[in-house]
Design a protein around this ligand. Structure first.
Ligand SMILES: [Zn+2]
Length: 137
């Protein structure tokens, strides 16, 4: 009923819980190179890249697992199996974002595919950090 092999599925499943995805590492490297210092997997909410002093939280969402509108239709086989999982992920993302916002964080979310232009993402984060500084100063 499902043409994904057992090995492939377990590989996919382990990728969901992976802490150091490639797009995340790409972003971290680019931020570091620009002189930004940050925390990873920060707080109970496991913020991908956090700037605790400014309360800016950055998440990098995998296109498939977090339901990117451009790429989430990649797996169309056995939709009834995947769909509820993806919905749950999306719901969890939303709750996490809301919770952090209530705690005064600025939450930025980027899709994995946006990281192909990491320079643009870094600029956007830099801009946000600057704004936040102005507001709290
Ligand atoms: Zn995407």
């Amino acid at each position: 009923m499902d043409n994904i092999t057992k090995e492939k599925r377990s590989k996919i499943m382990s990728a969901i819980h992976s802490k150091n995805t490639v797009p995340e590492l790409t972003l971290r490297k680019a931020l570091w190179a620009r002189g930004f210092r940050f925390r990873v997997q920060y707080s109970k909410e496991k913020i991908d890249v956090a700037f605790p002093a400014k309360k800016v939280a950055v998440f990098v969402d995998g296109c498939f697992w977090h339901g990117c509108p451009l790429h989430s239709h990649k797996i169309t086989t056995n939709e009834s199996y995947w769909q509820p999982k993806l919905e749950r992920n999306k719901e969890r993302d939303k709750q996490k974002t809301e919770k952090l916002r209530n705690q005064g964080w600025v939450v930025m979310r980027f899709w994995e595919h946006e990281l192909t232009d990491v320079g643009a993402v870094v600029s956007e984060i830099a801009q946000k950090l600057k704004e936040k500084k102005r507001k709290t100063a």
